[in-house]
Design a protein around this ligand. Structure first.
Ligand SMILES: C[S@@+](CC[C@H](N)C(=O)[O-])C[C@H]1O[C@@H](n2cnc3c(N)ncnc32)[C@H](O)[C@@H]1O
Length: 294
């Protein structure tokens, strides 16, 4: 496997440290942020996979993420990919606390990517309420990324469910659904600005009931949204007030959206869409994430 080191962009303003040697072979540790990373291009070690033309990045918690050539951006914060899924999404939404008190939970995973946010949430829910019915719908426009997930081994207990969800048979049918015990997963492929529109009530009931093989239609909306596009700078089309309005419309009252960005424009657009906006956790960077409550 060919290894090289190239300039990269960090998805958010994460802070990472690297240790290098000076001329007298002493260790020097440098702290890097998105602002100064480009002057310190050796910060992130990237491995080329010659077979798949994809770059793998080992993040600071030792979990792997990918580097997207089109956006020139990583799929996760390099301060820790799995840590990000845990702290910026599941913990920010208080998923465990909710699952302790409820026997059903509906999550909308906007920008499914490697599925870490979904898989970590499943771990968290089952740890506190093994019988909780879990319905998760992911929105993703890049079918090629799903093709790469079987080579990953993140430290997430239920990542095998994600790998079953994206197995080759499902890829051939272009139909990504999984119904296993109390867990129903679906990825809808396409531009999230369009696919979210089919998540109106009737359509959603059909999706969930089909997955669960149930006929008792009921009004299902999302208790939580993990909102995880590439950065507002590189993917502005998903951070608009119009798109936040679509997300707002498919959430329950008191539903919670979590995202890693605290950009002013993001918060303004969330407020215009109707969310009450609060600081999310600070993880591996200076600024907090953002929580939106319906
Ligand atoms: C930061 S990554 C998401 C990481 C993911 N949440 C995870 O846990 O692994 C952003 C994802 O958004 C997807 N994406 C970009 N533009 C999109 C769009 N318009 N509609 C749906 N997905 C999009 C990309 O293909 C990528 O997988």
């Amino acid at each position: 496997m060919n290894q090289n080191i190239i300039p990269t962009t960090i998805k958010d303003n994460s802070i990472i440290s690297i240790t290098t040697k000076d001329n007298s072979n002493k260790n020097i540790t440098k702290t890097l942020t998105k602002d100064n990373l480009n002057q310190n291009v050796k910060a992130v070690q990237i491995k080329d996979n010659p077979n798949q033309n994809i770059k793998l990045i080992t993040t600071k918690d030792n979990s792997i993420t990918f580097f997207n050539e089109q956006y020139k951006e990583t799929y996760h914060s390099v301060s820790g990919a799995v840590e990000e899924a845990q702290k910026k999404f599941s913990d920010a939404c208080k998923i465990k606390e909710f699952a302790k008190l409820h026997d059903e939970i509906n999550i909308l995973d906007v920008c499914f990517g490697l599925g870490y946010n979904t898989a970590v949430a499943i771990d968290n829910i089952l740890a506190v309420n093994p019988n909780c019915k879990i319905n998760i719908v992911g929105l993703e426009n890049d079918i090629n990324i799903l093709n790469k997930l079987n080579e990953l081994t993140p430290p997430i207990v239920h990542y095998d469910l994600i790998q079953k969800l994206v197995q080759p048979q499902n890829q051939q049918k272009n139909e990504f659904t999984l119904h296993e015990k109390n867990i129903n997963l679906k990825i809808i492929i396409g531009d999230a600005r369009e696919t979210i529109k089919i998540l109106n009530r009737a359509e959603l009931i059909t999706i969930i009931n089909k997955l669960a093989n149930q006929n008792n239609a009921k009004n299902i909306q999302f208790n939580f949204c993990f909102f995880d596009p590439f950065s507002p700078k590189t993917c502005p089309e998903l951070w608009t007030k119009e798109f936040f309005q679509e997300v707002y419309a498919v959430m329950t009252n008191n539903g919670v959206l979590a995202t890693y960005s605290c950009a002013r424009i993001v918060r303004e657009n969330m407020k215009t869409a109707g969310f009450i906006v609060k600081d999310g956790p600070i993880v591996g960077r200076r600024g907090p994430g953002t929580i939106g409550i319906k």
